[in-house]
Design a protein around this ligand. Structure first.
Ligand code: FAD
Length: 346
C-alpha cells in the first residue's frame, strides 16, 4: 500500500450471515468510491479465530480463510486485524476504543459501518471519540467534485434525501442500511495484506460483562414462507395507520411486508422489506395496501398466487397486476376488514 493513498475503511461486522452481507456490500461500494479518489479499501476486524491460515495445495502459498480472507476476496486491499480472546464477544466499549486508537494512528479518510443494531450503537461512539461527524442510516454514498464523501440519508420522515458532506473533520463517517449496495462476487485468487494490530495492554476493563448469549426464538413463520402476506406502502399515510396491518395480518394468520419508503420512514423494520433490496415472497394470497407497484418491489411478488390491491389510483401498476383491484382509501379499507373479520371470529 502506498503511504499517501487515502484509505476507506469498512468495519467488519461478521457475527452472522445477515450482518456479514452488509459488510460485503460496503466493501463493494467502497471499491467504487476508492477508484474515484485513487484510494484504497481496507477492512477492520476485531475478534477471535477470524484468521485461519490454510496451505493452498496448488501454489503452496499460505492463504487466509475465515472473514479476513472473505473480505480480501470481496475487495479489501488490506485488513487490519486484532485477534484476541477478549474480543470473542462483541463489546461496544472495547471495540469503540480499539477503533479510535487505530484510526488515530492510521488516519483513514473515511469509515463505513453497516447500520445493523450493533453498528448503529458503535458508530456514534467512535465518531464522538474521534471528534468527527457521522451520517446515520445512509441509503447512498458517492464522491463529489472536491473528493468528499457524499452521504445520502433520508430526512423529514423519508420524504427528502439529504446529501451531507463532512468538509473539515476526519474521518468522514457513515452508517449504511443493509441491502442498498450489491456485493461483488467472491474472487478466489485475490490477495491482500493483513496488518496484525496487537491487543493493547492498557485497555480498560469493560464496564459491561457478557453473561451469556441466547438466540432469539425464531418467529413461527417467516415472511418468505408465509401463505398470507399483508403488504403496505406509502399510501397508508402514517406509521400509526401502517401498524394496523399487523392486526389484520394476525387475524388472517399472515405476515406483514413493506415497501422501501415505509422502511425508510421507520414504519416497519428492514426485515419486512419486500423487493429487490429485501425479501422474495410467494404467498397464496397477497394483500397490497397503498403500493404503487414499482418494479423493484413487484419483482419479489411474482410468485404470489392471488393479489388483492387497494389503491386510490386505479391506474397504479399494482392495480393492473392484481387479480382483484379495489379503488379505496387503504387505511380505511384495512380498518373495515379488521372490523368484519373480528365479527366473524366472535
Ligand atoms: C436500487 C433500488 C432498489 C429498490 N428496492 C426496493 C425494494 O426492495 N422494495 C421496494 O418496495 N422498493 C424498492 N425500491 C423503491 C421503488 O422503486 C419504489 O420507490 C417503491 O417501491 C415505492 O413504494 P410505495 O409503493 O410504498 O410508494 P409510492 O410509489 O409513493 O406509492 C404510493 C401509492 O399509494 C397510493 N395511495 C396514496 N394515498 C393512498 C390512499 N389514501 N389510499 C390508497 N392508496 C393510496 C398512491 O396512488 C401510490 O400508488 C428500490 C429502488 C431502487 C432505485
Amino acid at each position: 500500500m502506498s503511504a499517501n493513498k487515502q484509505a476507506i475503511w469498512v468495519f467488519g461486522d461478521y457475527r452472522n450471515y445477515f450482518q456479514n452481507r452488509v459488510t460485503l456490500q460496503l466493501l463493494s461500494r467502497a471499491k467504487d468510491l476508492a477508484k474515484k479518489i485513487d484510494g484504497e479499501v481496507c477492512a477492520v476486524v476485531f475478534g477471535h479465530w477470524t484468521d485461519e491460515w490454510v496451505d493452498d495445495a496448488l501454489s503452496h502459498n499460505p492463504t487466509f480463510c475465515g472473514v479476513v480472507g472473505e473480505y480480501i476476496a470481496h475487495g479489501a486491499a488490506r485488513v487490519y486485524l486484532t485477534d484476541h480472546p477478549r474480543l470473542s464477544a462483541y463489546s461496544m466499549e472495547t471495540y469503540a476504543l480499539l477503533m479510535e486508537r487505530l484510526a488515530r494512528r492510521e488516519k483513514p479518510e473515511m469509515i463505513l459501518i453497516g447500520a445493523t443494531a450493533f453498528g448503529r450503537e458503535f458508530a456514534p461512539r467512535v465518531a464522538k471519540r474521534l471528534g468527527t461527524g457521522l451520517t446515520a442510516d445512509c441509503i447512498g454514498l458517492d464522491i463529489n467534485g472536491e473528493g468528499l464523501l457524499v452521504q445520502m440519508a433520508p430526512s423529514f420522515g423519508g420524504n427528502l434525501v439529504a446529501e451531507i458532506v463532512t468538509p473539515e473533520r476526519r474521518p468522514q463517517m457513515a452508517t449504511v442500511r443493509p441491502g442498498i449496495f450489491q456485493e461483488i462476487p467472491h474472487d478466489y485468487v485475490r490477495t491482500g495484506e493483513v496488518v496484525r494490530v496487537p491487543m493493547p495492554v492498557d485497555l480498560p476493563a469493560d464496564r459491561v460483562r457478557l453473561v451469556r448469549v441466547e438466540r432469539c426464538p425464531q418467529r413461527e413463520q417467516k415472511l418468505e414462507d408465509a401463505k398470507v402476506v399483508v403488504c403496505g406502502g406509502r399510501g397508508l399515510g402514517s406509521r400509526k395507520k401502517f401498524a394496523k396491518l399487523f392486526e389484520l395480518a394476525e387475524l388472517l394468520g399472515g405476515e406483514v411486508g413493506a415497501t422501501r419508503p415505509v422502511v425508510y420512514a421507520d414504519w416497519a423494520g428492514h426485515d419486512a422489506l419486500v423487493g429487490q433490496a429485501g425479501k422474495q415472497i410467494r404467498p397464496q394470497i397477497l394483500f397490497s395496501f397503498g403500493i404503487s407497484g414499482a418494479i423493484q418491489h413487484t419483482a419479489a411478488c411474482n410468485n404470489a398466487r392471488f393479489i388483492v390491491a387497494v389503491n386510490k389510483n386505479p391506474n397504479a401498476a399494482m392495480m393492473k397486476r392484481a387479480d382483484v383491484a379495489i379503488v379505496a382509501d387503504a387505511s380505511q379499507l384495512c380498518a373495515t376488514l379488521i372490523q368484519e373479520l373480528k365479527k366473524r371470529i366472535r
